[in-house]
Design a binder for this molecule. Structure first.
Ligand code: HEM
Ligand code: NAG
Ligand code: NAG
Ligand code: NAG
Ligand code: NAG
Ligand code: NAG
Ligand code: NAG
Length: 328
């Protein structure tokens, strides 16, 4: 009796593990025969790009995020055209790194033609960017194919805005299968890269009564520096680092900043200071601010989850020749 119960239990475990495997679909060795040097080729290109411009690491990571949240990780963000996602509100004059992706794709094509998707290139480049900036590494799951459509409306609706409440942002993460831990860990990406006055200028002046309470959440010395950078009616394309402590390093200073009231975006600071009493995000921020290893582990796991959003596999989609256009 006891034995058969155990056997039943063992089967249950085996079956649920098989389901998990079948569910993840992507594999780390997808190109081991068809493009054995893929990871080396991409790594070299990302290294070159970061050597030319340190910020590019952040820009490449963000491209993978903006790809995955819209129609899944299918490189839809890379498609050119006036109805492309590049021209949607969250991306216009903001998302960048497309030329670097072209350079990586072209190096990959020289090494093994016609087999590696642009969606997978984004996933590998994101991992390399984090690692080369001092962050964690993880084994990238591969086998995604490229989508045939861009979704500008989807980009407008699905990507989070810095003016949104944590509740609303969490709903956008939940819509793609990510939870509150993922919201906080992935926001840690704002430990490097830059943001423009357009995205935090609302915090600097009391334009309206609703801005007043938020100004009080920002370190006053930062407020005065930022008011100089972003004067009212000034150039909203001017930029400043998201993490003033260590601009280009991937570390846990982002979370220390939040604890010190030095989160640049309103949506960043809300993870710690929201008066909507989201105590879960506050306690995760506190944990990460004290424990960089835990942040690194959780970030890597959340990146793998994000990379698993609705991949096109099998014969769905295509392998694009040029990341900017679908094959004719
Ligand atoms: C949680 C909701 C999020 C919001 C509201 C948000 C919003 C923003 C905004 C407004 C900027 C500045 C854009 C500009 O001024 O041009 C930015 C930059 C950036 N974001 Fe996020 N983001 C979020 C989550 C994420 C996630 C999940 C990642 C990646 C895992 C990410 C990675 C980045 C990076 C690396 C930059 C700097 C890019 C560069 O310097 O080119 N963000 N984000
Ligand atoms: C996306 O948002 C922008 C800015 O709000 C708007 O001008 C544009 O019409 C929207 N496009 C689509 C396709 O939803
Ligand atoms: C575009 O994205 C929206 C919102 O995420 C989704 O409802 C819609 O089905 C997508 N459209 C296409 C053509 O993929
Ligand atoms: C949250 O989303 C709702 C529905 O889209 C919207 O009406 C509301 O203004 C949003 N709130 C914030 C603070 O972003
Ligand atoms: C989010 O999901 C991960 C597993 O992917 C889990 O470990 C974590 O506890 C979840 N967080 C919350 C707040 O539910
Ligand atoms: C905004 O107004 C509040 C009170 O109305 C004031 O305490 C605060 O200093 C103002 N913030 C800025 C940045 O001017
Ligand atoms: C960065 O943070 C550390 C504490 O973690 C602090 O000692 C140091 O002064 C900060 N550096 C800058 C440039 O803000």
């Amino acid at each position: 009796m006891k034995n058969s119960a155990n056997i039943g239990f063992a089967w249950l475990i085996t079956i649920s593990m098989l389901c998990l495997l079948a569910n993840s679909q992507l594999t780390t060795n997808f190109y081991s025969k068809s493009c054995p040097n893929l990871l080396t080729v991409v790594r070299k290109q990302v290294m070159n790009a970061i050597k030319t411009e340190t910020r590019m690491a952040a820009s490449l990571l963000r491209l993978h995020f903006h790809d995955c949240f819209v129609n899944g990780c299918d490189a839809s963000v890379l498609l050119d055209g006036s109805e492309g996602e590049k021209t949607a509100l969250p991306n216009l004059n903001s998302a960048r790194g497309y030329e670097v992706v072209d350079a990586i794709k072209s190096a990959v094509e020289s090494s093994c033609s016609g087999v590696v998707s642009c969606a997978d290139i984004l996933a590998i480049a994101a991992r390399d960017s984090v690692l080369l900036s001092g962050g964690p590494s993880w084994r990238v799951l591969l086998g995604r194919r490229d989508g045939l459509v861009a979704n500008k409306t989807g980009a407008n609706l699905s990507l989070p805005a810095p003016f949104e409440s944590i509740g609303n942002i969490t709903l956008k993460f939940q819509a793609v299968g990510l939870n509150l831990t993922d919201v906080v860990s992935l926001s840690g990406a704002h430990t490097f890269g830059f943001a423009s006055c357009a995205t935090f200028g609302n915090r600097l002046f009391n334009f309206s009564e609703t801005n007043a309470p938020d100004s009080t959440l920002l370190d006053p010395s930062m407020v005065s520096d930022l008011q100089n950078l972003c004067p009212a009616n000034g150039d909203i394309s001017r930029i400043t680092p998201l993490d003033w402590n260590s601009t280009d390093l991937f570390d846990n200073h982002y979370f220390q900043n939040l604890v010190n009231g030095r989160g640049l975006l309103e949506s960043d600071q809300f993870l710690y200071s929201s008066d909507q009493a989201i105590s879960t995000t506050r306690s995760i921020v506190e944990l990460y601010s004290q424990n960089p290893q835990l942040f690194f582990i959780d970030f890597a796991n959340s990146m793998i989850k994000m990379g698993n959003i609705q991949p096109l596999i099998g014969s769905a989609g295509e392998i694009r020749n040029n990341c900017r256009v679908i094959n004719s």
